[in-house]
Design a protein around this ligand. Structure first.
Ligand code: COA
Length: 187
């Protein structure tokens, strides 16, 4: 949602491992940044072929074992909520595996960089990279409650794909639930 995750996840190394490790370490040629006066204010982390990346669930599981996240005060709550959510609502859908949209991305800008066209420029750079590499389409996962991001993605040519599904473990600061929304764009 664009806020620091510290209200539900207080362990920086594992958070980075899960959400940016693959992109920085395995596919840096698909990583784009917004830079101003030598400072990085945002990024687009892309993946041309999703089958190459481990997927969110596998990355979370790997970090959980590596960093002992089940028993850390800053992360344990997330995992115990997750187990309860999965028992009640079942496992989430997993990565989208569809040859029409084999590529995917994550995008985040710090507050001072938002609303100034930087996100649009990152997306345009990513789309031209994908066209050059012959990808037919791109997908992404966002939070269904993140209306600003959904309007941004729609303005850039994405459309919703499928129904939103509960994100296990995730809570708003007030204890509410979040839902994952898939979106796709043809190139
Ligand atoms: C979502 C995000 C990447 C958008 O980047 P941005 O630089 O703020 O967006 P831009 O200024 O490039 O906007 C491009 C277009 O998107 C649309 N748009 C962007 N924000 C919008 C909003 N809040 N409401 C409606 N439309 C919006 C507009 O059509 C805009 O074009 P315009 O300026 O010509 O009207 C950025 O705001 C962000 O990082 N937010 C917090 C983190 C987040 O939500 N990330 C997505 C996780 S999946």
């Amino acid at each position: 949602m664009g806020e620091p995750p510290t209200f539900y996840w207080r362990h920086r190394a594992s958070f980075s491992d899960i959400w940016s490790g693959y992109y920085t370490d395995e596919e840096p040629e698909s990583m784009w940044v917004v830079e101003e006066s030598g400072e990085v204010l945002g990024y687009l982390a892309g993946c041309v072929d999703t089958q190459r990346a481990p997927g969110d669930e596998k990355a979370i599981l790997r970090a959980m074992l590596r960093h002992g996240l089940l028993f850390r005060p800053g992360t344990a709550g997330f995992f115990w909520h997750s187990f309860r959510d999965v028992l009640r609502s079942g496992l989430p859908g997993g990565e989208l595996d569809d040859p029409r949209w084999p590529s995917h991305l994550h995008i985040d800008l710090l507050p001072p960089a938002r609303g100034r066209g930087a996100g649009k420029r990152l997306m345009e750079a990513w789309f031209s990279q994908l066209r050059e590499q012959g990808s037919p389409g791109c997908h992404l996962g966002t939070i269904g409650e993140n209306h600003a991001a959904i309007r941004f993605f729609e303005a850039l040519g994405f459309r919703r794909h499928g129904e939103p599904s509960l994100v296990p473990g995730m809570r708003t600061p007030e204890g509410g639930r979040h839902h994952a929304q898939r979106m796709v764009a043809d190139l």
